[in-house]
Design a protein around this ligand. Structure first.
Ligand SMILES: [Zn+2]
Ligand SMILES: [Zn+2]
Ligand SMILES: [Zn+2]
Length: 571
């Protein structure tokens, strides 16, 4: 794992003051994706912020988890929305937004060459109705999903595509009947799993591939009918890493009733103990070639990137999947996404997007756009589908567009906006409601000192006839009456009340699982904290003492090996 050599002197980040490097490869990439108008290339300058500050700025525009009951501005039907009631942002339900009962071009306006461009873009964004939730593709019975697409019968899945019968998942791709998970790909019947791929029938497993009918595994591959094990390869009937006969294994497992919340917690705690005795590889992932970062799967020439799968030639990319290449500074999501720089939540057959938030479904050559579908050659446009040659939502001819676009770029060079992503104060969301708060937590005071927004408004509590404390729940799920569907449970950590859905209760009953005692968002955070941070530390391999760079900080209890020592140990 290594990056490219720096040939240019370090730069100082205009936000945090840290120095960072810009390599010749970086400069070549900025040149390669710089837009061309009338045969003249408008060069994108190298960034002024360090990679972390750039990522924080992008994340400050993404509200992935705070959803509110609302009313569609057009049909007046109830709809779930990402915009808090006090935000004043107009929004339509998905059906109305895609209908011909309104025209996004009616909001079009001229560029004012006397005021900063970004302010004009934001004014436009808050006047044109947005999609209540960011969803794409065919969705059936998925009224409560966000940043998701092409799924069926699913509930509260985010950063998710091609799922069926899934609930409370983040980073779910091609899953069926998975509940409570973080980064599960091509899985079926998983509960409470983190970073498991191509697996079936797992409970509370982490970093597992091709495993099935197992529970409480960590870092196992190709295992079947195993319980409470770590670091195993192609094993069957192991219990606490001990090989048992089929009969002995079944006898041991039968004594454990995972419908009991106390038993489940005991097993989870036991797993944490067992995995501490087992060496960890310096990074997570597999099939990587010439990469640096963590949680990378099937990636090539991908640097300083995290949570990517099937990505080639990329840098500073986060949560990008499948068929993505030639990308820099992208937060989510991929699906055949190419030649793009500084975007959030973009992809799906999209090409050459620059400084764009939400460029979806066959978009190409967009600059500074803010939620677009199926559109090409647009500059500073918001909330449009099937449009081309528009600037600030005003229609131009191709010739007019190619004449005006470089003029705006020249103007943005003077206002020092060209080459910058939108600044955080222009976000539609309070900093604390965005993914920036998860990765770069700040206090309310710190947020105000930076001139950013903080949002006090909470999603309302569910309307129920009865709310009980989590501790009042019977220990065993079998003792919980159906009437629980009419109650709310007060989260044992945050006190935030949450409801159990009928589909969810059926899943717990069919699979002999306990009733959760934490709000779904707290459970998501719990899983988030089971993963390593997006930060590197220098350590030495605990076996050969070779220097390594790893996301395991030196004070952590895990034993960390370099890749080659690790492979010698487990295979
Ligand atoms: Zn910085
Ligand atoms: Zn509507
Ligand atoms: Zn080693």
């Amino acid at each position: 794992m290594h990056g490219s050599v720096s040939l240019t002197p370090g730069k100082t980040c205009k936000d945090c003051g840290q120095s960072f490097e810009i390599t010749q490869d970086d400069l070549a990439f900025y040149g390669q994706v710089s837009p061309v108008f009338n045969g003249k290339k408008e060069i994108i300058p190298p960034p002024n912020l360090c990679p972390d500050c750039r990522q924080q700025r992008r994340l400050s525009f993404c509200n992935e988890f705070n959803l509110y009951p609302g009313i569609c501005g057009l049909c007046k039907k109830r709809t779930l929305t990402q915009f808090s009631p006090n935000s004043g942002i107009p929004y339509y339900c998905r059906e109305c937004w895609h209908s011909d009962r309104w025209d996004t071009l009616l909001y079009g306006r001229d560029v004012d060459f006397k005021r900063p461009f970004f302010g004009q873009l934001r004014e436009l964004k808050v006047s044109v109705p947005s999609l209540a939730l960011d969803v794409q593709g065919e969705l059936q019975n998925c009224d409560f999903v966000h940043y998701a697409g092409s799924s069926k019968n699913s509930y509260l899945i985010m950063h998710a595509d091609f799922c069926e019968d899934c609930m409370y998942g983040y980073g779910f791709k091609h899953n069926r009947s998975c509940v409570d998970g973080f980064y599960n790909l091509k899985c079926e019947l998983l509960y409470d799993c983190v970073d498991c791929h191509s697996s079936y029938g797992l409970i509370h497993c982490q970093d597992c591939i091709n495993c099935h009918s197992s529970a409480f595994l960590r870092d196992c591959i190709g295992c079947k009918s195993c319980f409470l094990c770590a670091g195993l390869r192609n094993k069957e009937h192991c219990f606490e890493n001990e090989q048992l006969s089929k009969e002995e294994y079944e006898k041991r497992v039968q004594t454990i009733d995972l419908r009991s919340f106390a038993q489940y917690q005991k097993c989870a705690a036991r797993r944490r103990k067992i995995e501490k005795n087992h060496p960890f590889k310096e990074f997570h992932g597999h099939n990587t070639e010439n990469c640096s970062g963590d949680y990378l799967v099937n990636c090539k020439d991908t640097y300083a990137s995290f949570d990517c799968e099937n990505v080639e030639r990329a840098k500073f990319c986060y949560q990008v999947v499948t068929g993505a290449k030639n990308l820099y500074d992208i937060y989510q999501y991929g699906l055949n996404f190419q030649e793009s720089l500084e975007c959030t939540i973009s992809g799906e057959n999209s090409y050459h997007l620059l400084f764009t938030l939400g460029g979806n479904v066959s978009c190409s050559d967009l600059l500074y756009c803010w939620y677009m579908e199926n559109s090409k050659n647009c500059f500073g446009c918001v909330n449009m589908t099937h449009k081309s040659y528009c600037i600030l939502n005003k229609q131009y001819t191709k010739e007019e567009y190619e004449h005006l676009a470089p003029k705006i770029i020249g103007y943005m060079r003077r206002t020092k906006e060209w080459g910058e992503f939108l600044p955080s104060p222009l976000s539609l969301f309070g900093y604390n409601k965005t993914s920036a708060q998860v990765y770069y937590p700040l206090s309310e005071k710190e947020v105000h000192m930076k001139g950013w927004k903080w949002d006090q408004e909470e999603s309302p509590a569910p309307e129920v006839k009865r709310t009980i404390d989590a501790a009042q729940l019977p220990d065993n799920q079998k003792d919980v009456p159906d009437d629980i569907l009419n109650w709310a449970i007060r989260c044992e950590v945050t006190g935030r009340p949450f409801k159990i859905q009928a589909q969810e209760l059926a899943f717990y009953r069919q699979n002999n699982l306990p009733i959760p005692r934490r709000h779904w968002y707290q459970r998501h955070l719990d899983r988030f904290h089971m993963r390593n941070p997006r930060r590197f530390w220098k350590r030495v391999c605990a076996k050969c003492a070779k220097g390594i760079e790893t996301t395991y900080s030196p004070e952590r209890p895990e034993t960390v090996y370099c890749e080659s020592c690790y492979l010698k140990e487990v295979y």
